[in-house]
Design a protein around this ligand. Structure first.
Ligand SMILES: C[S@@+](CC[C@H](N)C(=O)[O-])C[C@H]1O[C@@H](n2cnc3c(N)ncnc32)[C@H](O)[C@@H]1O
Length: 443
């Protein structure tokens, strides 16, 4: 471990430093979160696929055995029933406390741990804008939101400076889970430790202030912003918030209002009792969280929505065939790609959009070829007209990409396991052609 880092930790932790050194000998804490869009935490735990203990950081979270392997390819993971997440990482959304119906911006969203947690809390009535600046990471974010069945979301790939002016005054909640020096990730990621230096900490601090500067305009009056990092450095935590409060008298620091973790440092305008820190002595690898509220009015941007158009007959036929009802949904067609959601589709100016709503399918040769997201979405699960339940053996064949010799009505079908969709196939009456995405198949 880097000596300069350890010296700083000794100054920061004082009497708790020895306890911190002890935690470095232990494996990292691991956890998972039930996806409330699909399953409640008790039902997930009762399925008995892993030994789970309730997490102190979120009611939908669990701690699990740190030696457990292979959960990422478990069928419940594939079905989007849970998301694996370092336990303390769920604390920021607990403190943000998104409510059903809220509009939430997650400024630095990939790979989607917090976005998927927010989406589940705000439900189908709320709307999430999940933004990620890095293209490769944005695609991982999209696949996680797809697996967890999120429909009411817009996934953008932009810098906060580009995106935020278009969302001025529209958000009930904003999360800035900022890129940081990752001191809480040292046990998990060698790269974070290799990259560490005091200069890097300072560079991170400047970048964090810049992101906050962009993000704050998105909040409406009384809107709540949560700033979080997975690092311990005061320069990236209390000092960032102190600087921010000096520049923004329209923002007030709120008490995080939770029992887990411990108070932070009092620095300038930051009352340490109001912010929260989590160290490995607190059952998580490390997080800092500050909660702020906007107390003055904010001019609102006008969001442009996409006008509804008459749907081509093949789209109508597909939706009628596959769904019990879709009249309450908004349908959007762009370059032959069909998307669905409860909210109206939004049009941003010059912001790359990876996905909005459910990617339902694509028009190919006058018919709709459905997409995996259509069958995994939580919104459509109870509306699907054609479903078939697989047994364990059939499931194993399906995940390998094999055709299934099961008699079934002709056409596209959702394949289920233990009551939840796994994916889809196309039946000719006697055999179901496998449509499980090639990249997800087992070998
Ligand atoms: C701590 S991670 C986010 C983790 C995510 N919230 C989650 O829970 O899964 C920070 C993210 O910020 C992104 N990032 C890096 N530089 C950025 C910048 N200048 N502005 C906005 N985001 C940035 C990184 O690509 C990274 O995905």
């Amino acid at each position: 471990m880097n000596e300069a880092f350890l010296q700083r930790m000794q100054i920061l932790l004082k009497d708790d430093y020895e306890a911190y050194l002890e935690t470095l000998k232990q494996p990292p804490f691991r956890g998972l979160r039930a996806n409330l869009l699909k399953i409640d935490p008790q039902t997930l735990q009762q399925r008995g696929f892993a030994r789970l203990w309730p997490s102190p950081f979120a009611p939908e979270g669990f701690l699990m055995d740190s030696t457990l392997t292979g959960l990422g390819s478990h069928i419940y993971h594939r079905q989007g029933l849970f998301y694996m997440q370092e336990p303390s990482a769920s604390s920021a959304v607990t403190i943000l406390d998104p409510q059903p119906g809220d509009w939430v911006l997650d400024c630095c969203a990939a790979p989607g741990g917090k976005s998927t947690q927010i989406a589940a809390r705000i439900g189908q009535e709320g709307f999430l804008i999940a933004n990620e600046i890095d293209g490769g990471r944005a695609r991982v974010l999209m696949s996680n939101l797809e697996r967890l069945g999120v429909s009411e979301a817009l996934i953008t790939h932009a810098s906060p400076e580009q995106l935020c002016p278009q969302l001025s005054g529209l958000m009930d909640k904003v999360l800035v889970d900022a890129p940081c020096s990752g001191e809480g990730m040292f046990k998990k990621e060698d790269q974070a430790m290799t990259d560490w230096s005091v200069e890097h900490v300072r560079a991170c601090s400047l970048r964090q202030q810049k992101i906050l500067e962009s993000a704050v305009v998105c909040l409406k009056e009384q809107g709540v912003l949560v700033y979080s990092t997975c690092t311990y450095a005061p320069e990236e935590n209390e000092q960032v918030i102190d600087q921010f409060l000096r520049r923004h008298p329209e923002m007030e620091l709120l008490d995080c209002g939770v029992e887990f973790g411990r108070p932070g440092l009092s620095v300038g305008r930051v009352d340490g009792a109001k912010v929260r820190r989590i160290f490995p002595m607190d059952q998580g690898e490390g997080h800092f969280i500050a909660k702020l509220r906007k107390i003055s009015p904010q001019p609102q941007a006008r969001l442009q929505t996409v006008k509804s158009v008459q749907l081509p007959p093949e789209v109508q036929a597909f939706l009628k065939d596959q769904l019990k009802t879709y009249k309450d949904l908004h349908v959007h067609l762009e370059q032959n790609r069909l998307s669905l959601m409860r909210h109206e589709f939004i049009q941003l100016k010059k912001i790359p959009v990876l996905r909005q709503g459910i990617m339902a399918g694509e028009i190919v040769k006058n018919r709709v070829e459905p997409h995996h997201h259509f069958y995994l979405s939580a919104l459509l699960r109870d509306r699907l007209t054609k479903t078939i339940s697989l047994n364990e053996q059939e499931l194993a064949c399906y995940l390998q990409g094999q055709p299934l010799p099961i008699p079934a009505p002709r056409g596209y079908l959702c394949l289920m396991y233990e009551g939840y969709p796994v994916g889809f196939g196309k039946s000719d009456g006697t055999v179901i052609k496998n449509k499980y995405p090639k990249g997800l198949r087992t070998r």
